[in-house]
Design a protein around this ligand. Sequence first.
Ligand code: SAM
Length: 290
Amino acid sequence: MIGSPLNYTGNKFKLLNQLIPYLNNQSDTFIDIFAGSGLVALNTNANELILNDNNKITIQLLNYFRDNDSKTINDNMDRIIKKYGFTDSYRNGLKSYKEEKHEGLSKYNKEPFNKLKFDYNEKPTVDKLFALIVFGFNHYIRFNSKGLYNVPVGKVDYTASLRKKTEQYEIALSNRKITISMKDFRDKSLYKNPKALYYFDPPYLITLAPYNALWNEKDEKDLLNLLDNLDKKGIKFALSNVIESNGKTNYILKEWSKKYNIIYLNRKYLNSNYRKKNITIAQEVLIINY
Ligand SMILES: C[S@@+](CC[C@H](N)C(=O)[O-])C[C@H]1O[C@@H](n2cnc3c(N)ncnc32)[C@H](O)[C@@H]1O
C-alpha cells in the first residue's frame, strides 16, 4: 500500500487493506470527493483519479507532490534543514543527538521550528509548510482562527523512512491521470460522469478531528440526500463513516444506511500525547450501493 509523509488526520491508511477490495475494478474513473491526502484514490487501480477537497492547504499540498519530483521536494527540505539548523539524523545518525525521554529531538529543533513557523506565517510557501508538518508535533496540520499555523515542535526529524514515503507518494501522484479540484461536495460540476465510482470520506459527526468542527447535521443530511440522488441515477457510490464511537451513535446515518450494503470495518484509533495513550474503538463502516 502507498503511504504518505503527510500523516493527514483521519487518513485511511490503516483501513486500506479492508477498503480497497470493494473499490477496485468498479470503474475506470475514481472520484474522491473528500480526498484529504488522496490515499484512498491513490491505492485503487482506476486509470483516472479526481481528487477533490474544499480545503486550500490540502489542495496546495496535493499540487506540490503532483507537480514536483521527489528530488526537488527533498532538496527543498534539505535547504530548509540547513538554513534553520534542524537536526539531520538521516545524514548525521541519531547517535549525534542526545534524545531526552518523551521529548525526542524537540530540544534541538524548538528554536529552528519557531523561526520557521514565524517565517511561514509571515510569508507562507508550500515547501516551508511541508517542513513544518515534518518537524511539527505529531505531524499535525493545524491553523488557528486567524489562519496562522499553530502546532508546537515535534520529536522527530526528516528520517529515511519519511523520505521514502515522500518518494512513494510523489510517484503515485505523478504516474496517472490525476485531476485536483477545490470544490464543496455539493458542487454539481463534480457529478458529471455517470460511469465513475464516487467515493466519500467526509468529516465524521461524532469523532474528533480539526476539520470535523466545521461539519454539522445540515452537511450530513445534504450529503445523504446527494447520495440518494446518485443512487436514483444508477451512479455507484461508496461512503466511509463511523456509526458508533466512544458511546456516541450517529442515528441519522444509522437509519439512512439500512437502504444500502453496509460493510463493518474495525479500527483502533490511537490518540497519543506526551504521557497518555487513549484508545478509542470506533465502528467504522463502508456503505455502498452496488
Ligand atoms: C476524513 S477527511 C478525508 C481523509 C482522506 N480520505 C485521507 O485518506 O486522507 C475529510 C476531508 O473532507 C474535507 N472537507 C470538509 N468539508 C468539505 C466540503 N464541504 N466539501 C469538500 N471537502 C470537505 C476536509 O478538508 C478533509 O480533508
